[in-house]
Design a protein around this ligand. Structure first.
Ligand SMILES: [Zn+2]
Length: 463
């Protein structure tokens, strides 16, 4: 089995298999095709596996537990950042002794170049599990730490990012979420006055701070040997693709960030680790907006496509997967090429599309895409369904999750897909526990073989 020198891990947050199917149809239809025959960039990869996503204490998982499993090789409890299942959510002291080493830690310890890219807040759960240890995913800034946690000496996630000290520190960090690093008087959310952790990060070494797309585009990638880059392009999460306008956004898109990060990391010994999260797929789904989620997925696939052209597959392993799924379904009997964000138009007896939309028992049309729960379930009796990119897809079960009692759709618990290409891709196949992905990456890189002895189903006992 060929070993890899470099690894690029792409995580589509909430990108379940129904999302991939719907996004491929959406992308195909944008190109003027019927859509179903289209393939997203990573659907050309030769290796595919299925990945089980449950947390040790939840049948349907959250992103903190799942990304800890992916990044550190130990299945754990929901809500925990980089901690094993002996820790308890919200209990600062329970983190003692439960800290896990991540792929990032192992890479930095070995002198690899490392990069993190996301379109969410950089302190949001999925990437935080690479560089932080926190008993609660919500502890993104000190303003969000509980008083008890502060008294017990726990550090917020933003502070852990700027103080990260394995190896020579993270080489490239691109994403959103400036607010967690800056005090309220300076426009952020941190406690105190005049606090700017980004400035603290910058002091000392050759470190470059960026805050808009133009700076990123102009950044020199040649001869950057000593340079480290931190680009935060928005106060909180970056804007949805569906809402981005050239006139109102100074944010770079995910393909530009991924491509630039790779250019900064390539060509140096002993190799690199790059992790790219498409984090807003999940958010579109939570809002019941399938159109948003699909547009994010298409952009995520474009980022994979860009990186694929740049990377040397003879020495680089590229993995595309999701942390968990969502309850998106593709139903009815729409005719071939029916707009994926539209209402169902069925075929007639001859197999040709009818002239009118199919109607449900209540006499109203329905869309192909729907959710089991979330904001789309709150209207009773049912309105005529919305369609198109802005539509809130209709849903069966009203749920009130999240802050201020707002309705959010939940994740779903079925397996997600993993796609692999390049050096060592043959290690990935079959049905995997999520934490096995980490162990197989470590094996492919030829790192620390003793780690492979770690039991991968420890979570079954450690509730
Ligand atoms: Zn989510």
């Amino acid at each position: 089995m060929p070993r890899a020198r470099n690894v690029i891990l792409f995580i589509g947050d909430g990108m379940g298999i129904s999302t991939v199917t719907a996004a491929r149809i959406y992308a195909g239809q944008q190109l003027g095709l019927a859509g179903e025959e289209h393939r997203l960039s990573f659907e050309h990869f030769p290796q595919v596996a299925l990945v089980k996503t449950y947390n040790t204490n939840q049948q349907v998982p959250d992103s903190a537990g799942t990304s800890t499993a992916l990044h550190s090789g130990v299945k754990t409890r929901a809500g925990l950042i980089g901690l094993g299942p002996s820790a308890r959510r919200g209990k600062c002291r329970s983190a003692n002794g439960a800290e896990l080493d991540s792929l990032l830690d192992l890479a930095e310890d070995r002198g690899y170049l490392t990069g993190l890219v996301t379109n969410t807040r950089i302190t949001h759960a999925t990437l935080a599990t690479l560089y932080a240890h926190a008993a609660d995913r919500d502890w993104e800034s000190d303003a969000k730490l509980s008083t008890l946690a502060k008294l017990a000496g726990c550090k917020d996630i933003a502070r852990q990012l700027v103080e990260y000290n394995r190896g020579d520190g993270i080489d490239v960090i691109l994403g959103g979420g400036r607010q967690a690093f800056i005090s309220r008087d300076l426009g952020g959310e941190r406690d105190g006055r005049g606090v700017n952790l980004l400035k603290a990060w910058q002091s000392g070494k050759q470190r470059v701070l960026l805050d808009n797309a133009k700076q990123l585009a102009r950044l020199e990638t040649a001869a950057v040997n000593e340079q480290q880059v931190l680009g935060l392009f928005s106060a909180s999460h970056m804007e949805y693709v569906a809402r981005r306008r050239s006139s109102n956004s100074s944010e770079p898109d995910l393909p530009s960030m991924a491509s630039k990060a790779l250019a900064l990391l390539q060509g140096r010994e002993p190799g690199y680790l790059l992790v790219v999260e498409g984090g807003r797929i999940d958010h579109g789904h939570h809002q019941g907006k399938a159109g948003y989620a699909l547009a994010q997925t298409v952009e995520f696939a474009e980022a994979v496509g860009r990186v694929l052209k740049q990377a040397d597959l003879s020495e680089t392993l590229i993995i595309v997967t999701a942390d968990h799924s969502h309850t998106l379904t593709i139903g009815g009997y729409p005719t071939r090429g029916n707009p994926i964000l539209g209402v169902v138009i069925e075929n007639d007896r001859d197999g040709n599309p009818k002239q009118h939309a199919a109607v449900a028992a209540d006499g109203k049309p329905y869309t192909t895409l729907a959710y089991q729960n979330g904001p789309g379930a709150t209207q009773r009796p049912r309105d005529a369904p919305q369609t198109g990119i802005e539509a809130v897809q209709q849903a069966l079960i009203p749920t009130a999750h999240g802050s201020r009692g707002r309705s959010f759709g939940t994740h779903s618990g079925e397996d997600v897909a993993l796609y692999a290409i390049g050096a060592g891709a043959g290690h990935f196949g079959g049905v995997l526990e999520q934490e096995q992905v980490f162990h197989r990456i470590v094996q492919t890189l030829g790192w620390a073989p003793q780690l492979l002895a770690t039991p991968t189903t420890a979570g079954n006992k450690a509730k």
